[in-house]
Ligand binder design. Sequence first.
Ligand SMILES: C[S@@+](CC[C@H](N)C(=O)[O-])C[C@H]1O[C@@H](n2cnc3c(N)ncnc32)[C@H](O)[C@@H]1O
Length: 219
Amino acid sequence: MSIWETNVYAKGRQLNRYPYDTVVSDVFRWSSGRDRSQLRVLEVGSGSGNNLWFLAREGFQCAGIDISETAVECAKKYLAGDNLEADIQVGDIVDLPWERGSFDLVIDRIAITHNTQSEIERMHDEVVRVLRPGGEFVSVMLAWDHPAHRTGVELSHHAFNHFSDPVFSEAGLTFFADREDIYHLFEKSFDRFECKKIVNLSEEDQVMNAMWHVHAWLQ
Ligand SMILES: C[S@@+](CC[C@H](N)C(=O)[O-])C[C@H]1O[C@@H](n2cnc3c(N)ncnc32)[C@H](O)[C@@H]1O
């Protein structure tokens, strides 16, 4: 059973209701001027359905997958409570239960980064498989500059676990990507990508958190 099930969702934690700002701005920018009812969006690692709720409310055809049964149950209930529809399934991102070319956009907000590099490579192959030609992928991954990895134990290349940081110890395995990792992962699977690193500093210029925002395209 996944640590997300036992440590997080089964304990009633991280049951977020509202979408993240990056998801809202990415989706509005991507869909501007297009007929939303014809656009299919998949969120991988969709958690309690907060981003899916936003997507369904805004009129997209949407789908989600998460490894935690409790998270998927909560997401289904949350959307149904507002008469919203989405195809939400329990499963692993390494093996997506949708046909080739099913989606126009795939969203990953800090889900794929909770896996090892070799798993991430397989997940990217799956994302490419389920995207239509011309499809897009938006992924937020934790960056090497994030101080939390210094509180954990490195199990494989840049993948850490056993954190003393309480937030990270709850979520378990986390991959912190440096620039080389990002180029290695995205050049391999996508025709084009753009990335930016977002770093939040304290008043004293200490790094509080750091993440990559990657936008990738298929031809
Ligand atoms: C930090 S939470 C983010 C949830 C949601 N994307 C959000 O933005 O609120 C990471 C999510 O990814 C899911 N996850 C991590 N690895 C997964 C995998 N291999 N397959 C499916 N879900 C996974 C976890 O269960 C968790 O719900």
